[in-house]
Design a protein around this ligand. Structure first.
Ligand code: URA
Ligand code: SF4
Length: 272
């Protein structure tokens, strides 16, 4: 059965079922034709199909405000759909040694995304990101800038714990990052804060920015285009690597203060 999305007749391909979220199948065809994209799912779908031109036309119409108001529920559902895929994922060998996959968590309305490296022991045990010693420090840093963790979205480059906390292999990063990319597309963050070398290397590569180590770029905003979205990438040291080093702890605290200023600029003075 063909589905009408923003005036386009698209065949419903069986392959889409595995590619796309359940929300897609709830699209009300009549809404789509009159209101442009009926929900976030349609919009992401059209982007996926490289129908960017239609999206641009749609965005320039007066219906944008209505589209934004409608976002909440679908965004939450789309993130939940990604999370449920991650939970049972067996795409790379890390699934064999994990207790729990760690998809990420936080507010579906957040315009700020924190990206770490990979789950550690506590995260693997609980299935939640940054809940061990590094996580406690991250919570502290977040509260110092007036941003409770539930107001932001926190995730990792790789969603399952590498054995003995070894660094993720590039094949694992390559296999897992489509999940991070989908989360990024769904959230459409204004700012991505990368924690440590791995997250920064990945996000910089996505933005086609040169990267030669966190020490050279930390604490500075980088304007970038990622997945066709304009974002500020804000690299910082990883809380775990500075945890027992007072000097670097201070640097990370300062990074968070600069992050706060940057967020206020990016969100036009709205609170995080
Ligand atoms: N370190 C990370 O990079 N991510 C976590 O979730 C926890 C520790
Ligand atoms: Fe799947 Fe990523 Fe876990 Fe590998 S690390 S099994 S790709 S979720």
């Amino acid at each position: 059965m063909p589905y009408l999305i923003y005036g386009l007749n698209l065949p419903l391909e069986p392959a889409l079922e595995s590619l796309f979220c359940p929300a897609y199948f709830r699209i009300d065809v009549s809404n789509c034709s009159s209101l442009g994209f009926a929900c976030e799912a349609c919009r992401v779908f059209c982007n996926e199909r490289r129908l960017d031109r239609e999206y641009e036309i749609y965005k320039s119409t007066e219906q944008e405000a209505c589209w934004q108001e409608d976002l909440d529920l679908p965004r939450k559902e789309l993130l939940a759909a990604v999370a449920s895929e991650v939970t049972v994922c067996t795409k790379c060998p890390l699934w064999k040694t994990r207790k729990n996959a760690v998809p990420g968590e936080g507010s579906a309305r957040s315009k700020i995304m924190f990206v770490g490296e990979a789950p550690g022991h506590s995260e693997d045990a609980q299935g939640r990101p940054f809940v061990g010693a590094a996580g406690k420090f991250l919570d502290e840093l977040l509260s110092e800038i007036g941003a409770p963790r539930e107001n932001v979205f926190i995730t990792n480059v790789v969603k399952c714990r590498p054995p003995r906390n070894r660094a993720p292999k590039s094949s694992e990063v390559q296999t897992c990052t489509p999940y991070l990319d989908r989360q990024t597309r769904i959230l459409e963050p204004k700012l991505i804060a990368t924690l440590g070398n791995y997250a920064t290397a990945y996000v910089f590569s996505k933005a086609k920015l040169p990267f030669s180590g966190i020490a050279l770029v930390h604490g500075k905003p980088h304007v970038a285009t990622i997945l066709s979205m304009k974002v500020i990438v804000f690299p910082m040291f990883h809380p775990a690597t500075v945890l027992y080093n007072p000097k670097y702890k201070t640097v990370l605290r300062q990074n968070f203060q600069s992050l706060k200023d940057e967020v206020e600029r990016a969100l036009h003075s709205r609170k995080i």
